[in-house]
Write a protein that binds this ligand. Sequence first.
Ligand SMILES: Cc1cc2nc3c(=O)[nH]c(=O)nc-3n(C[C@H](O)[C@H](O)[C@H](O)COP(=O)(O)OP(=O)(O)OC[C@H]3O[C@@H](n4cnc5c(N)ncnc54)[C@H](O)[C@@H]3O)c2cc1C
Length: 582
Amino acid sequence: MRIDTDAIVVGAGGAALWAALELAHEGVQTAVLTKLYPTRSHTGAAQGGVCAALGNLEEDHWEWHMFDTVKGGDYLSDQDAAEVLAREAIERVIELEHMGLPFNRTPEGKIDQRRFGGHTRDFGEAPVKRACYAADRTGHMILQTLYQQCIKAGVRFYDEYHVVDLLFEGGDANEGGRAAGVVAYRIADGEIHTFRAKAVLLATGGYGRAWRITSNAYSLAGDGMALAYRRGVPLEDMEFYQFHPTGVYGIGILLSEAARGEGGTLLNRDGERFMARYAPRLMELAPRDMVSRAMYLEIRDGRGIDGKDYLFLDVSHLGRKVIEEKLPDITDFARIYLGVEPLREPVPVQPTAHYAMGGVPTDLSARVLRDETGALVPGLYAAGEAACVSVHGANRLGTNSLVDLLVFGRRAGKAMAEDVRGGTLPEIAADADEPVRAEIEALRTRAVGERPDTIRAEMTRLMDEKVGVFRDATLLSTAVERIGELRERYARVVVADRGTTFNTDLLETRELGYLLDCAQATAASALARKESRGAHSREDYPERNDAAWLAHTFAFRRDDAQPDLRYKPVSITRFEPKPRTY
Ligand SMILES: Cc1cc2nc3c(=O)[nH]c(=O)nc-3n(C[C@H](O)[C@H](O)[C@H](O)COP(=O)(O)OP(=O)(O)OC[C@H]3O[C@@H](n4cnc5c(N)ncnc54)[C@H](O)[C@@H]3O)c2cc1C
């Protein structure tokens, strides 16, 4: 089936929904395609908060928020983008409140705020309460609120449509083509549908499933990033992948930083608050890259609990009232998954793969960049975790992702509405869906080959061991080589389910292909960057090197070879790079 519309939004997480809402308010006919039912999008898993310098409990200013974002990002954040984020965060959170989001309140009825890592007052002096929250279900409330608003505004949803290709008019993105639509596989019956539009937004989330220990749901497979990459769009700063310090030991499910924001402590086998040695001022509220590194160093020096590869998160001193009112879900996770009672006992934790700072490069209006010169791909937009604008630089601060969705999701919607006004629908061939149809058919009918499970297990183990918190040339070269081999093996993969009804075997196998593309871009970009910055920590190049590396990586895909890497200068408007201490 072929469907024409003015705008397409791929995804139904926070970034997508705000864009769709904006488009609806502008009267633009929009199709939202999502492989998950909208309220199952991963934004719903976000726990701790969304930050804005409201100053409800303590003095605060957007300039402090901007500074923290840039410093937290180890000066790789584009400062024009960080300024937009910090300024507009305030309006967006208040707008959400007006839409009905049930934030926790202060006794006077204002939005309550709490501390989060790296958010400070007076340009780094002391922690500040900046995270607005709804218990530890902030993302769930954002998603529900935006979805209700979209329904009210009459947004058209195509639920459980899995987008499998992007369409362009006049050649792929690297050939100067214009975005023209998408091809989607309807999960219920395996039918292929072609959607044509004047503007397309990718808001498909991250790719944490490339690692074994991860906080990310199974659905986070880098779909939008890989689909764009395959059509000639570069991927920016993929070497900067965040490991969150407090994943449930052994499985990676997240225990939000809110636990530390409320006063939770990290302890080693000696019961010592070891962060005092690594970040004496902010302690457990130092940025995530620093806390995760400190945890690895403790474990490596034999101070893991019982000499093993985990440490303790202790919230037992916070008392029942704080835990039940502010941290109910994450303390339940400890009970359910580990059988630990956080009211009385410390919880075993380890760093977990969590968030992509990199992604599809965009400008401040969420328009996708074709290359490092800043040339645009007409009609193509990206927002949310799939995009790299780049506000988070080399390391994102907690609560800055949700606000990124709100600010740049809205900006995407506004820019798309402008773009489609008066324009004409692009031309696409009647058989534009043929290449991906053929790929899917080949996958469905291939008789002999390897099952995807072994490739997935090898990829995730490889990423854990060689593209983790600490890296060096030997680890990364091995990762690059082995991911190359896995991609070759993937070309001969077979599925067990040959059917068309809810064939999750087929779709998960396609997702594995997306993950391999993202993993390759990550490892190759990391191998090339010979410095340590933010979440990219090279033991063979332990220092940040601004003279050589104050630049964004742009990785361009090649079919049978490593990606081409080029570099783009960082936008520095206010804060000159300085050593980063906390
Ligand atoms: C456990 C956890 C807790 C977190 N807590 C916080 C927090 O407290 N504060 C904070 O700021 N950040 C937090 N984050 C990060 C933040 O939640 C995410 O970065 C953010 O929600 C991503 O939103 P998104 O809109 O980009 O995409 P998502 O919400 O991930 O949505 C992706 C959408 O894309 C769709 N999609 C994907 N591929 C396809 C395809 N091929 N075809 C069709 N549709 C597709 C999916 O169906 C889904 O609707 C947390 C993350 C995790 C994992």
